[in-house]
Design a protein around this ligand. Structure first.
Ligand code: G6P
Length: 612
């Protein structure tokens, strides 16, 4: 969590940094700050709260200079406040740093630095970095590059950091270990940021730093070194995302834009993956023989948050369409639980950001068991993508709203394709059934557009219930994970207590919560468990609960037993989670707007969770 950016070049550095921070604000928004270097020294501006506070602070200030660093924070050590905001400087204000990660041995280092006379001005773990650099660079006279290298040798924990020095106007230094960092290679300018969208206004050419690497960034050059100071060869990648994709393009919120681009996105994914034989276009990276993949006998899927919900849907798909035994685990549990070894197990990791620490540790856990690891990931070159043995990119484009929407649909789309692939290679589905699925899949984008037409209806429902204190979400079968997802969305951005349950479990507890004030969202689309779901709806109504149903177009009978109803177009049960998710996203969106919440940057959350 936290976003950092560094820039050197001709442009007005404060503008570049502030714009870059606005692209990174999804990573944390407890405080923001910039440090700009010029011949008079380092000017630091930082403020608690969102980036808008910092913008107000520097409005009208003439900041000259062409080199600077900036930070947007998600607090870990030290409360969100101005004093804990980055950049941090050393005692002599010669050096300024920004840091994303956690320095685990900061207390020990801090105590030793205090004994040597250093004065600390914040409660953060990060400030030790500035003082350590001071020790070597200011006191012992080492160059900034040397001082950073020696300093890094003392740190335990994770970091992506940038450092500038008043004694060196021509370069800055960046380093990573465990937190992401991307170098943007421009013309007469170079940048570093936590994530590619912050660079796209300036360049599409990027270098993904690896752990224990350090970059020395000058106006006309980028040099990468390993921890021993040995130059490292690096590959320059081209990013296909457009800078515009990371902007609101006239929508009120990123979340709304991201919900509404899902139809085009699914169409794009299908176009890329189904442009010939699925087997040829399935993987973007595969570091082992595809036949090994085909011989998998068990899948363990792991992920967090919304990605975990996609994983739960994946289990239904793999078991039903490919006859593959599948386990699903939340990554924070998977990484610590006792694993029973079984040969030919595939660890499939699902992650939008590719940086979630628990999911990353789950990948490493899988590898430690000698399992092959494949990830379904959205962010190109992210740590999980690079550490996995195989990668299928979801190609959802940048997702900025903190609550995940389009990444979820993209993950489900890939899982459907993967299960069809396994179904076919394992002879569990015939060629004609496969073809039927594929042709129905191709109708999903237009069906998604139809669901989007229902948004006004969903807004009216939100108007009726946005003041509720609790929400229940019930479903069965392949859509039961969507009950969890609906509840998560309402919690994340509505700040309303909500829980999702398999509807059959309602009688074992949740039913006690039902009274005339309780909105219960019941996913009752046509499926093998439809009748059971209708019985559950009747049980809720018998206790005077308010039922909001998500049903299949043409199901007129359901209307008479529920309070409100949103229809989705008819489709195969296996594809229905794609359509069901959208009304749930809209419901949370409108509830959040009506409650006056910050839709895109809900309190206490961050999009990329790089702490345990
Ligand atoms: C955070 C985000 C969620 C996301 C989860 C997992 O909690 O707010 O929207 O689902 O992390 O993130 P990942 O990037 O691994 O999918």
């Amino acid at each position: 969590m936290c976003g950092i950016i560094g820039y050197i070049g001709e442009k007005k550095v404060s503008d570049v940094l502030v714009k870059g921070l606005s692209r990174l604000e999804y990573r944390g928004y407890d405080s923001a700050g910039i440090a700009v270097l010029n011949e008079d020294g380092i000017s630091v501006f930082k403020e608690a709260g969102k980036l808008s506070q910092l913008k107000q602070m520097i409005h009208g200030v003439e900041l000259t200079g062409h080199l600077g660093i900036a930070h947007t924070r998600w607090a870990t050590h030290g409360e969100p406040s101005q004093r804990n905001a980055h950049p941090h400087t050393d005692c002599t204000e010669t050096v300024a740093i920004v840091h994303n990660g956690i320095i685990e041995n900061h207390e020990e280092i801090r105590a030793s630095l205090i004994r040597q006379g250093h004065e600390f001005r914040s409660d953060t773990d990060s400030e030790v970095i500035a003082h350590l650099i001071e020790e070597y660079h200011v006191k012992k006279g080492m160059s900034l590059v040397q001082a950073v290298r020696v300093m890094l040798g003392q740190l335990e924990g994770s970091y992506a950091l940038c450092a500038i020095s008043q004694k060196d106007l021509n370069q800055f230094v960046a380093a990573r270990n465990g937190s992401p960092l991307v170098v943007g290679v421009g013309r007469g300018e170079n940048l570093v940021a936590s994530d590619a969208p912050a660079l796209l206004d300036h360049t599409r050419h990027v270098i993904f730093l690896d752990d224990h690497q350090m970059a020395v960034i000058k106006r006309d050059s980028v040099e990468i070194f390993d921890q021993h100071g040995k130059p490292v060869k690096h590959e320059v990648h081209r990013i296909d995302w457009d800078a515009d994709e990371a902007s609101k393009q006239g929508y009120d919120h990123f979340m709304l834009k991201e919900i509404e681009e899902q139809a085009d996105m699914v169409e794009r994914i299908l176009r890329t993956r189904l442009r010939g034989e699925l087997s040829e276009h399935l993987f973007d990276v595969l570091k082992f023989d595809q036949s090994e993949f085909n011989n998998v006998e068990r899948i363990v899927i792991q992920g967090c948050g919304t990605s975990w919900h996609a994983a739960l849907i994946g289990k239904f798909l793999f078991e039903a369409l490919a006859g593959l035994p599948t386990e699903v685990d939340v990554s924070s549990e998977f990484r610590y639980r006792h694993l029973v070894y079984q040969p030919n197990t595939l660890v499939l990791s699902i992650t939008q950001s590719g940086e979630t620490i628990d999911t990353l540790m789950g990948v490493r856990r899988g590898k430690s068991q000698t399992y092959k690891t494949v990830s379904i990931c959205n962010v190109l070159g992210s740590t999980i993508a690079r550490e996995s043995d195989g990668v299928i990119y979801t190609q959802a484009g940048p997702e900025i709203g903190v609550a995940s929407t389009k990444a979820y649909l993209a993950q489900m789309t890939i899982l459907i394709l993967l299960s069809l692939y396994f179904g076919k290679t394992r002879n569990k589905i015939s060629g004609s059934i496969y073809d039927e699925f594929v042709s129905e899949l191709r109708t999903i984008p237009s069906k998604l557009k139809q669901v989007i037409q229902e948004k006004e209806k969903i807004r009216e429902i939100a108007l009726k219930y946005y003041e509720a204190r609790d929400f229940l979400f019930l479903s069965r079968g392949i859509n039961y994970p969507n009950a969890h997802e609906g509840a998560l969305k309402i919690k994340e951005i509505g700040y309303i207590h909500a829980t999702g349950h398999p509807a059959g479990e309602m009688k074992h507890g949740p039913i006690a919560l039902i009274d005339e004030k309780m909105p219960v969202v019941c996913i009752a689309v046509r499926s093998s468990v439809y009748e059971k779901m209708i019985s559950n709806i009747r049980e809720v109504k018998a206790r005077h609960g308010k039922v909001i149903a998500i049903a299949t177009e043409g199901d007129s009978s359901i209307k008479s037993i529920v309070d409100d109803c949103v229809y989705i177009p008819a489709c195969s049960e296996f594809l229905s989670p794609l359509l069901v998710a959208v009304p749930l996203q809209y419901l949370a969106y409108y509830v959040s707007v009506l409650r006056g919440n910050d839709v895109d940057q809900p309190r206490n959350l961050a999009k990329s969770v790089t702490v345990e």
